[in-house]
Write a protein that binds this ligand. Structure first.
Ligand SMILES: [Zn+2]
Length: 85
């Protein structure tokens, strides 16, 4: 099981606005279904269905260095996102 969190929509929209881009729903890295849930430590979109059957070690790409660094320093802010599984 992969722990996944619902994205903080407000935070995402602000981030998109900052980059001047439109919000696009990300797709699950395993099944390509649009999803609003994320594996936090590697910063990858993973749907709840795949999270149930996969392991963190199945995730090939790691975009989470900055998140993990913030967690180590105690400065990580999850915003309003809540655990999805
Ligand atoms: Zn999936």
């Amino acid at each position: 099981m992969i722990p996944v969190w619902f994205e903080d929509k407000k935070q995402i929209l602000e981030w998109c606005r900052g980059f001047g881009i439109n919000y696009i729903k990300e797709v699950c890295i395993f099944c390509s279904t649009p999803t609003n849930t994320w594996h936090e430590n590697t910063n990858n979109p993973v749907c709840v269905k795949c999270a149930k059957t996969r392991k963190v070690s199945d995730i090939k790409e790691d975009w989470g260095q900055r998140i993990r660094a913030r967690k180590r320093k105690g400065t990580f802010d999850r915003g309003n996102s809540t655990r999805a599984n």
